[in-house]
Design a binder for this molecule. Structure first.
Ligand code: SF4
Length: 330
């Protein structure tokens, strides 16, 4: 690992100023992904700005009933929080489906959102990778890509985003609060991550020097039936092959609200807008669920070795939707 400087910030503005003053700086939260990438030579920050003591480690209810999650709340603490478990079960389930107990104890909310792809070519500095080194090519395109994207990929990059938590946040209509050199702003969680297009080196819409300060879960989704389901190669400590988060409100025999997102199918959590639109106003029948999910997955463009992901995602989505609103329920 290359030598690097270290600055511990005591406040948000101090952290942003320290980042701006140190070319090549990176923010350090839990470090569970960043430090791994530094050991591999993928990341070579000149300075780490430690943001673990900014006072962003609380979960609080806003006056309007929304839940405000500080950026440095640990994944374990968030998964176990009574208001998260009780009001937004999909988020708790997604967190517990990710990583290992030890990693969840140190990984932060903000860091979870900013983790990089686990594409093996990205993590091997001896291989071509447009995300790590723009213009060098994509080793996965004609290489090993069983775990890669089936939706929204480009010839430049076919990687998937690895976060489970981000998939639940997209389905739950969460928003992300940022603070940077130009002040504060907010992004919808579903719009925070990018598709690769011509710039696969950019994972998110975050601007240079910006810091995630909080994630906010809307009051409108509190207490609605929601769930997260993930398929992987082994029962724990593995990234998703496909996953789905869904929140569903059924009243008087029809769907009044639906938030659905797929994970591990694209460069970002894939909000299933076509499925949601097809379900609104429909009775929650097996046929309606199948039609709505198929509408979304019709956009899939599987690669040579990953067509199985489309079938897997379809099965997961139908299972989750039928559990949230068993056909025939009112
Ligand atoms: Fe790099 Fe993306 Fe290609 Fe993986 S899929 S090698 S991350 S460009």
């Amino acid at each position: 690992m290359k030598p690097f400087g270290y600055v511990r910030a005591a406040g948000i503005e101090e952290a942003v100023a320290a980042y701006a003053a140190q070319p090549g700086a990176r923010y350090l939260g839990g470090g569970t992904n960043l430090v791994d990438l530094m050991k591999l030579g993928v990341e070579e920050p000149a300075t780490l700005v430690d943001i673990s003591r900014l006072g962003l480690d609380t979960v609080e209810e806003d006056p309007d009933g929304a839940l405000r999650i500080g950026a440095t709340v640990r994944n374990s603490d968030l998964a176990a929080h009574p208001l998260v478990r009780g009001r937004y079960p999909a988020l708790s389930q997604a967190l517990l489906a990710g990583a290992s107990g030890q990693l969840r104890n140190i990984a932060t909310t903000g860091g979870n959102l900013l983790q990089r792809t686990r594409c093996p070519y990205f993590q091997d500095i001896g291989k071509p990778c447009n995300k790590r080194e723009p213009g060098s090519g994509c080793g996965a395109l004609d290489g090993v890509h069983r775990d890669h994207a089936v939706l929204g990929h480009s010839p430049q990059c076919i990687a998937t985003h690895p976060s489970d938590m981000a998939v639940a946040l997209a389905a739950l209509d969460a928003h992300i609060e940022l603070y940077g050199p130009d002040g504060a702003r907010t992004l919808q969680a579903a719009d925070f991550h990018r598709l690769p297009a011509e710039q696969p080196e950019r994972d998110t819409e975050i601007r240079p020097g910006e810091l995630i300060t909080a994630v906010v879960l809307p009051a409108a989704k509190a207490g609605l039936p929601s769930a997260y389901r993930k398929a992987r190669d082994r029962a724990s400590y593995a990234f998703a092959l496909a996953s789905v988060a869904a929140v569903l409100r059924v009243e008087n025999g029809v769907v009044h609200d639906a938030g659905i997102a797929f994970g591990a199918l694209a460069h970002r959590p894939w909000r299933a807008r076509r499925t949601e639109e097809a379900l609104l106003g429909a009775a929650p029948t097996a046929a309606a669920f199948e039609r709505a999910v198929d509408l979304e997955l019709a956009a899939a463009r599987p690669l040579r070795d990953n067509a199985y992901k489309v079938r897997l995602a379809r099965s997961l989505a139908l299972d989750v939707l039928s559990r949230l609103a068993p056909p025939g329920t009112t």
